[in-house]
Ligand binder design. Structure first.
Ligand SMILES: [Zn+2]
Ligand SMILES: [Zn+2]
Length: 272
């Protein structure tokens, strides 16, 4: 019995060395589930000892490029390496079209050349499920994944909740802090939450998109209301490392549970 989280990428849009794009793995009973697939995710999987072609289930929060830029590469390279099961991709409205255009559409010539020397299409085409309303998106004998729509600018956007016998992990993508997700997050043993920047940073007039994201105050308030035990901060838009550490301190001042400031490769075993 085991439930483990590995944060692959703790960064956001900009190419910050050491902080790859949003991506995380929840390992349930040995099965790695990938949530978002940002810049560096595939290499990140190898770095933490997970063979990318063994990841069969991918859950996308939304289609902002920082969260999905490695998905076409992930689909293509695991097909080439030799995927044994068809990949399942869950995501918001638009995911089917994104996958079609960014794989078959964008790489038409590449694919023609590979088919030309005899490679079969087996494992290339992901089964995509688009999720529009709150509910269970996947249920196996050992775990259940639920999703709910989350406000984030004008983007269709989802949050996920993994429920297993060993605990509950909630993965949030980007979140407009003016909404209340307490009910969906309630009782989580572990919450992965974006903390893009400080209030001053996100409220600066040069950042009209600032309200679509979480501040340390909003993160702490949500985790406290929802009775979360541990949380991991991620999706740092602010690049300054001392500012990131200070955001962690701000959350610790306001939330009594355990707070991890995310870094690439951070691994948390919920059975410890
Ligand atoms: Zn983002
Ligand atoms: Zn976003």
């Amino acid at each position: 019995m085991s439930l483990r989280l590995i944060l692959l990428g703790s960064g956001a849009v900009r190419p910050v060395p050491g902080r790859d794009g949003p991506a995380q793995i929840v390992v349930v009973e040995g099965e790695p589930l990938l949530f978002d697939c940002g810049r560096g995710a595939v290499t990140g999987l190898r770095r933490v000892g997970i063979a990318p072609e063994t990841v069969d289930r991918v859950f996308l929060t939304h289609l902002h490029f920082d969260h999905v830029s490695d998905l076409p590469y992930f689909i293509l390279v695991t097909w080439v390496i030799g995927r044994e099961r068809e990949m399942e991709v869950y995501g918001p409205t638009g995911t089917k079209e994104f996958v079609q255009r960014s794989v078959r559409g964008a790489y038409e010539e590449d694919l023609r050349s590979r088919f030309g020397h005899g490679r079969s299409a087996l494992g290339l085409d992901a089964q995509v499920t688009e999720v529009e309303t709150e509910g269970t998106v996947l249920e196996t004998g050992t775990y259940r994944v639920r999703a709910t729509p989350v406000k984030h600018g004008n983007m269709p956007n989802l949050a996920y909740r993994v429920e297993a016998s060993d605990g509950v992990v909630v993965v949030l993508g980007d979140v407009d802090r003016r909404q209340d997700l307490t009910e969906f997050v309630a009782g989580a043993d572990l919450l992965l939450c974006e903390c893009s920047g400080t209030k001053e940073f996100l409220e600066h007039p040069s950042r009209p998109w600032g309200a679509w994201h979480m501040t340390p105050e909003a993160v702490a308030e949500l985790a406290t209301r929802a009775g979360v035990k541990k949380m991991v901060l991620k999706h740092f838009v602010m690049e300054d490392e001392s500012a990131i550490e200070q955001m962690g301190e701000e959350v610790r001042r306001r939330f009594a549970g355990e707070v991890f400031v995310g870094r690439d490769g951070l691994s948390i075993d919920l059975n410890d």
